[in-house]
Structure formats: C-alpha cells, structure tokens
Design a protein around this ligand. Sequence first.
Ligand SMILES: NC(=O)c1ccc[n+]([C@@H]2O[C@H](COP(=O)([O-])OP(=O)(O)OC[C@H]3O[C@@H](n4cnc5c(N)ncnc54)[C@H](O)[C@@H]3O)[C@@H](O)[C@H]2O)c1
Length: 363
Amino acid sequence: MENVVKRPSAWAGRRVLVTGHTGFKGSWLCLLLHRLGAHVAGYSDRIPTQPSHFDLAGVGQYLTDDFRNDIRDSESLSAAFDRFAPDVVFHMAAQPLVRAGLLAPIETYGVNVMGTVNCLEAARHSATVRAAIIITSDKVYADQNWAFGYRENDPLGGADPYSGSKACAEFVVSTYRQAYGLDGSGKGCVAVSARAGNVVGGGDFSQDRLVPDLVRAIESEAPLVLRYPFATRPWQHVLEPLLGYLRLAEAVMDRRTTENAWNFGPPAAQTVSVGEFVSRLADCWGARLPVQITDVVQPKETNTLQVDSTKAAVRLGWHPAITFDRTLELTAEWYKAYLRGDDMAEVSRRQIEDILAAQATIL
Ligand SMILES: NC(=O)c1ccc[n+]([C@@H]2O[C@H](COP(=O)([O-])OP(=O)(O)OC[C@H]3O[C@@H](n4cnc5c(N)ncnc54)[C@H](O)[C@@H]3O)[C@@H](O)[C@H]2O)c1
C-alpha cells in the first residue's frame, strides 16, 4: 500500500468538499488537505464555537469555496456540489454531542440522518464525485460491554439520540449503496462510512467534551467536575483518523476497495479511563489540573468503548502514527500556546508536519 505522505501528489489538484469544515475535525481536515495540495471547499451552517480552530488557524484563507447553509437544505447542498464539482466529499456536518442529543433529539436526528441523505443525494447526482466518505462514530455499535473492540460487522445500536442517529446514518449509507449503485456496481460515486473514536487535540472548544472543559477550567480557575471518571474511551489524536479517512478515500477513488464501514481507532493500550487520561495529561501539562468528581447521577453513557481497526490496518495500511504520550503532549502544547496567545496558525501547521513525519517513519 502506498503512503499518502510520501506521495502527496495523490491529493495534488484533487477537488475536495468537506461538510462540517468549520468544526474541530473539519478544520483540521481542511488544513491537512491544503498541505497535501488539494483544492478544498467547505459546507457548514456556521462556526460552531467561539473561539474556534477554524478562525485561530486561519482555515478560511485556504478554501476555494466556503458555503454557509444548513445541511438539511438539500437544494443548497446540491447547488454547492454543482458549483464546486468535487472529486471527493467528506461528510462531517453533524450535531456531534451526546448530551446535546439528549436535550434536542429531533434536531439531532434531523441533522445527522437527513444531512447524510442529502449528502448522498447530491453525491449520486453529481457528475464528478468518485468517493463519498461518510463520517459516523464509534458510538454506532450496540453496547455489549465487551472487553475487546467492536468490529465493523458487529450489531449497530445507540442508547442515546446522538449514537442512534449515527447508527441511522450507517443504514442510510448501506441503503444508498444497494439502491443506487453506490457500492461500486454503478458508474459514479462509491459511498463508504468511517467510524472513529474519541478524538482529542488542540482546537476543540465544544461544550461537554473533556479537554475543552478542562481548558476552560484552567482559564476560569474553577474546578472541572468529572462525570464519568471510570468510563474508558478510545482516545486518539484528531489527525490520526483524518489520515485514515484520506487513505480510505484514496483507495475508494482508485477502486482498490469499494467495501463499506471502516473503523479507525487507537491501539487497545490507548483505551484508558477518563481519570487516567486527565492524570497523564496533567503530567504533560506540567501542573495539577483542577478536577473534582461528581456524585450526581448522570445520563447514561457507554462505560467501555473500543473499536478494532484491524481491517483498516490490513486493507489500507493505516496505523496510528504517534503514541498516547505524544498525543497528550501535542494536545497540551497546543492549548498552552493558545493560552499564551501564540500564533495558532503556525502551531497547527507545525503539528501537521509533526504527525506527517511520524506517519512517514512508521510506514
Ligand atoms: N470529535 C469527536 O470525538 C468525534 C468522534 C467520533 C465521530 N465524530 C464525528 O465527526 C464529525 C465532526 O465532529 P466534530 O467534533 O468536528 O464536531 P464540531 O461540532 O466541531 O463540528 C460540526 C460541524 O458540523 C456543522 N454543522 C452542524 N450542524 C449543521 C447543520 N445543520 N448544517 C450544516 N452544518 C452543520 C458545524 O457548523 C461544524 O462545522 C461529526 O460527524 C461527528 O459526529 C466526532
């Protein structure tokens, strides 16, 4: 399998549409694609946080087109496809938060399910799109409380509206593949889903996520209440699954694979508890972090969650590029630079080079 980093020309001149480009993962993906020589356009309704990685890293200056509208507006989305004529689309626009999903289930299902339908409708009618990579989540799996990771053919489920809506998005992909030849049997686009774990890294400012909550606690000098200290999560640096999505898209564009459903998770040793994550991040930060454990009953969340990424390793040659400690170091480094008021565009660019170099050495 060839390497996306040693072979940047795989993306040079490609036209890539990223939905959800103003968000945490989308903004990093745009930077990465630009670095690899792609022409990038984005489609989102707004910048979801203030501050944002999108603004701090100056992502807007790298975009060929920056469409701002709701993903549920199918006409507007199709018009964006027509105007930009992408070769590849990465669909990330979503309501991505478990707690927000519990508070607003109708909105969450609307955005996450109909957004996926609209994206696949636009992709299947497009004359140019060869690959549609639909980003769902590790939370699509029915919770079995297994000690080992979920594989791509394990049952889907979802005990909360966010997880359920992403599992529904998986069914949408599966249906479109079968009904409209998006499984490689047709002439046009091939659609596949990608399921990644809990991503961390600089530039996340969302509510109700551990690292941004921690950074806000440091800024405000008020302790962070840890809700699920014993829950384990498959932590990985945000750039790791993004590099996996790129390898998947390359393979789909070249028709080296048309198979659906791909996990991109960290090694099992990186699946540690929330409590351990915080204590090891504190070591990298070089200070005690202000945390407190709550005894208030919390909405149900999966206790143990792990995905098995053997398929991506074997078929795509994708492997995590950096260690857990390096993941924590890059995360601490980014937010410390942010709190100091450094040039964050420069910091993000440096971190991309860092991980590209790390990936090049492991392959
Ligand atoms: N962050 C994680 O740990 C994680 C883990 C697994 C999967 N994911 C998935 O990755 C994707 C990106 O997540 P993120 O963490 O970057 O989220 P984010 O909240 O930072 O970004 C979400 C993006 O979607 C856009 N969006 C939301 N509602 C929209 C609407 N109605 N119309 C148009 N655009 C809309 C936002 O403007 C933003 O650009 C999501 O699909 C999410 O479910 C994230």
